[in-house]
Design a protein around this ligand. Structure first.
Ligand code: FPP
Ligand code: MG
Ligand code: MG
Length: 370
């Protein structure tokens, strides 16, 4: 349904990431070599198409994307005169990014938004793999393993910077604010994850707050980007407030389902199939949904959570207790509930192929194995 747009995605992202510094250029583009799932850009494109027939906001003046969306960026920087890696030797080649010709109900600004979401996501993966000491990503050695932590972190920063410039070029203050907030949310989610529970205790006891803390963290770490970029897609299309809110709710619920499935796959799928380390969460001291549900009926897990599975044998014991419990089934059931809520959120959208695509994405989220 959005194949025409998706065909140009990776090429355009690589154009946005060009640097005249050869090492930076290599590290920044490293995770674009292996094809990712491109879930976030696909959702933005589908949402853009699905909302193109929705009622317009009274503020909408029929204006299309800003005229300068594709023009080179670097000349605005005063530093371009002294930066050997920018304008003259290697302009940020927005002018060379390409899009399908002919009729499309996806605006250039919405296509650029799709690229921006993938840039922010990839930046977060570069940083995440450093934090998680990951050795593989997308079936290849992780960037931190290949180039070292320093270059991986700096490359992540570079991606965020290029995403920010592209965002500014959309000339939409509300969309800029949304995506800037996503970046803060990613960091907030990671900080919440550094602790398994709201309070730092040696032997924490399971309460309803345990699950709400986890869900809040999950929203910040995963669902914020998906929900706010779906909202931004609807805003760029000039749709009315009801449609904008529905797009947000779809993304929020789908994002929560997506991360719940991710946390389940960490227990159930091999590293070879995932293309990244499996069983990594317990090793990292992280208690995710399957364990939290198992803990509800088995207080023994509390002391393991309290010491972040740090004593020899803890990881194996916790894994065994989770697999013996109904934690994985409960996680799946919750993911299903969120996927259904995502589908209901967009029930008022006019029927279209793209709306069907959004519904299918909700089912695919539940069925995915990587
Ligand atoms: C993957 O989770 C990581 C994220 C969804 C977000 C990571 C966010 C940061 C590191 C914050 C700072 C970064 C930026 C760019 C602001 P995971 O480790 O559970 O999944 P994995 O199995 O794919 O590694
Ligand atoms: Mg990780
Ligand atoms: Mg992580």
């Amino acid at each position: 349904m959005v194949a025409k747009e998706m065909k140009f995605l990776t090429g355009n992202i690589r154009q946005l990431l060009g640097s005249g510094h050869p090492s930076l250029d290599t590290v920044a583009k490293y995770y674009t070599q292996a094809e990712g799932k491109h879930v976030r850009p696909m959702l933005v494109l589908l949402m853009s198409r699905a909302t193109s027939l929705a009622p317009k906001s009274p503020r909408y003046n029929g204006q299309q994307s800003p005229a300068d969306i594709d023009s080179p960026i670097s000349p605005i920087s005063i530093l371009s005169d002294v930066n050997p890696f920018s304008s003259t030797t290697n302009p940020i080649s927005h002018s060379q990014t390409s899009y399908p010709t002919g009729d499309s109900d996806v605006l250039p600004s919405q296509r650029r938004l799709a690229e921006i979401t993938e840039l922010i996501h990839t930046a977060s993966l570069l940083h995440d793999d450093v934090i998680d000491h990951a050795v593989s990503r997308r079936g290849s050695p992780s960037a931190n393993l290949e180039f070292g932590n320093k270059m991986a972190v700096l490359a992540g920063d570079f991606l965020l910077s290029r995403a920010s410039v592209a965002l500014a070029r959309l000339r939409d203050a509300e969309v800029t604010e949304l995506l800037a907030t996503v970046i803060a949310n990613l960091v907030e989610g990671e900080f919440m994850q550094l602790k398994n529970t709201a309070r730092d205790e040696k032997n924490p006891v399971w309460t309803e707050d345990t699950v709400s803390y986890y869900l809040q963290k999950t929203y910040l770490k995963s669902a914020s980007l998906i929900s706010k970029s779906c909202r931004a897609a609807a805003l760029l299309g000039g749709t009315d407030a009801t449609t904008v809110d529905a797009a947000y709710l779809y993304g929020k619920n789908l994002g929560l389902a997506f991360q719940l499935v991710d946390d389940m796959l960490d227990y159930t799928i091999s590293e070879t199939e995932l293309g990244k380390p499996a069983g990594a969460d317990l090793e990292l001291g992280l208690a995710t949904a399957p364990l939290l549900f198992a803990w509800k009926n088995n207080p023994e897990l509390g002391s393991l959570v309290g010491r972040k599975f740090g004593v020899e044998g803890d990881v194996a014991r916790a894994r065994e207790l989770v697999l013996q419990s109904d934690g994985l089934e409960q996680t799946r059931a919750l993911a299903e509930e969120y996927a259904n809520r995502a589908i209901s959120s967009i029930s008022s959208f006019p029927e279209s192929e793209a709306k069907g695509g959004l519904v299918e994405m909700a089912f695919k989220t539940l069925k995915r194995r990587k």
